[in-house]
Design a protein around this ligand. Sequence first.
Ligand code: AMP
Ligand code: MN
Ligand code: MN
Ligand code: MN
Length: 277
Amino acid sequence: MIADLHLHSHHSDGVLAPTALMRLVATQGVTLAALTDHDTVRGCTEAAAACLDLGIGFVPGVEITANWQGQELHVLGLGIDPASEALITHLSMVRQLRHERLTEIGRRLERKKQLVVSEAIEELCSNHDSPTRLHLAKLLVERSLAKDIAHAFDHWLGRGQPGYAPAQWPSLESTVKAIRAAGGQPVLAHPHRYKISAGALRRLLAEFCSVGGLGMEVSVGGMGSNDFDRLTHLARTNGLAGSTGSDFHDPGIPWNPPGRFAKLPPDLEHVAVRLQR
Ligand code: AMP
Ligand code: MN
Ligand code: MN
Ligand code: MN
């Protein structure tokens, strides 16, 4: 089994439509795939039909933005019911915050750097269900205001940069509860990417477990072996199931294809096993 439980379509900041995404996923040898767009489940129906056609397993999912002690986090909801009222209400609130944050980013870029982007941001927000900073970074590159996406984050959009605007995302607890209410498994996404100390990560995992978290990503596309070892250890000590996923967004980034990540060690329970139970 190759379970890629972290994939983005054009319903958030991915490039491909759900059907094209799942076709690519299947060619990479993936046997179980989850669609996990940022704060929207809009692509799940199409992705489910595509996977049925392709003869691979499908897990409806979402990657939800949350706040823990001022740190922005991502929590995957895997095996959710996309029609859950509690989840739909939660996600609408997060997307509203996305719109407000991008509008504020536009205001800051104009005020501090005389960049005229507010109109383009308004358009971006009306054209996308779940607009992200990646959309805006691409716009800055198109307008030759940044040489590439990394530069756009480093000089305009990242923390401490002129276009940085914080957002009051819902708490970790309310996020986990919304996923559980939708019958899903809350899985902490890419814990190695958060810029927090080892002690803070231990506290985060303890709190995640205490509010109902069930799994954590331990094998993510592009991850180094030190992080993999550290995270598998943390999953074991916290009694969390492990998850695997590429966090694929874009076929133009060929070094991070769907399905490419290390296998879990055999003693660690895979979230996929729980999902198929
Ligand atoms: P948002 O969720 O609106 O903050 O947008 C963040 C998205 O932008 C992430 O999900 C990534 O896909 C992408 N991203 C964030 N930071 C970077 C970066 N430094 N370089 C490239 N992509 C990034
Ligand atoms: Mn993304
Ligand atoms: Mn993420
Ligand atoms: Mn992601």
